[in-house]
Design a protein around this ligand. Structure first.
Ligand code: BMA
Length: 335
């Protein structure tokens, strides 16, 4: 018997759907969907920054935090992105969405995509004040910097400096799906001395034409393990006539030089299978965006037995949760 080393759904039902959304402000009454959440664990409690769409197909980000009973309670306001005009550099911003969360230098950082009048840009934001508040400060974000002034998406920040520099992964948009958004085939590394100005440090990995991950983009931020940076990414199979299929895979990056791929899953580790992943606003989508790890050793590495929880958007409509241990996910990278 072979052991299955994929991500395993925590439940056959979604973690959060539009039915969990409170009628928090006039803009989001009777919201259409909640999906693609960033995630962070603070003192054992998980906080999500979700993407909520209205019936006007307008996007807001709303924090949702774990309660003592294990449910999630939404913030009573949608998140304010202070300084977004500065972030826009003269472009018109339509939507700010798909948050990825990273703790770095004792500060909680958020990276989002921004749909603008000239394509997609990625912006870094930070929370201020204490993180032990009900929603870890995720209701009020302040602009830090823009990741290069180019069309890009799926940016994630590493949780520490590597080789003396801040590092992030992002996916420049350089190809156009028929009738779809701009997208891309390669994940790049960028580095910075100060988190403000970013320089391209080259391509890390590309899509694999004809297979499950033809187009790719980072999922949640990488996790430090003894075996390398464990990174979950999404891959899109575009060669089916009827629909694109969004799936998740994993890759191990070198601890000291994250532009170097050590191992990469041959197959996807999560694919649309349940009814709520197969149907919705955009059918056939699992889109990993949030990650938490149950246990880090004193030296900062995730322990092999730790449970990795991956929060993902399903069919651009609701949120799912899938898990496995660090060691299983590391092992599947080399299969
Ligand atoms: C990607 C992004 C995501 C979305 C996914 C599936 O290109 O736009 O926000 O969830 O497509 O539609």
């Amino acid at each position: 018997m072979f052991e299955i080393q994929t991500l395993i759904r925590a439940s056959e039902t979604p973690l959060l759907t539009r039915k969990n959304l409170p009628n928090i402000s006039p803009e989001i009454i009777d919201g259409t969907s909640v999906f693609n959440p960033g995630a962070i664990s603070i003192e054992g409690k998980t906080h999500l920054l979700t993407r909520v769409q209205t019936r006007g197909r307008q996007t807001f980000c709303v924090a949702a935090s774990e309660t003592a009973g294990g449910d999630f309670k939404f913030a009573s306001e949608f998140t304010q992105f202070n300084g977004h005009q500065e972030a826009a550099k003269g472009l018109e911003i339509f939507h700010i969405y798909d948050a990825r969360l990273t703790f770095l230098n004792d500060t909680l950082f958020v990276i989002t995509a921004m749909d603008t009048s000239h394509g997609c840009r990625c912006a870094i934001w930070k929370t201020s004040g204490t993180h032990t508040t009900a929603h870890a400060g995720l209701e009020n974000l302040h602009f830090v910097s823009l990741i290069e002034h180019q069309d890009t998406r799926n940016a994630v920040l590493f949780p520490e400096k590597i080789d003396g520099l801040y590092q992030l992964l992002h996916r420049p948009n350089n190809s156009l799906l028929q009738d779809g958004p701009t997208t891309g085939t390669g994940i790049h590394l960028s580095t910075s001395e100060d988190l403000n100005s970013w320089q391209d440090a080259g391509q890390v990995m590309t899509g694999r034409p004809h297979y499950w991950d033809e187009l790719i983009g980072s999922g949640p931020p990488p996790i430090k393990t003894r075996h390398g940076w464990l990174h979950i990414y999404h891959g899109v199979a575009t060669h089916f006539q009827s629909a694109n299929i969004y799936q998740a895979g994993a890759v191990l990056l070198d601890l000291n030089n994250p532009s170097k791929v050590l191992a990469r899953t041959r197959d996807n580790i999560l694919e649309p299978r349940t009814a709520w992943e197969l149907t919705g606003q955009v059918p056939n989508v699992v889109f990993p965006s949030g990650i938490t790890v149950s246990e880090f050793n004193d030296d900062g590495f995730a322990s092999d037995e730790a449970i990795v929880s991956v929060y993902y958007g399903a069919a651009d409509t609701c949120i799912g949760l899938a898990r496995n241990t660090v060691s299983h996910l590391v092992a599947t990278c080399s299969r």
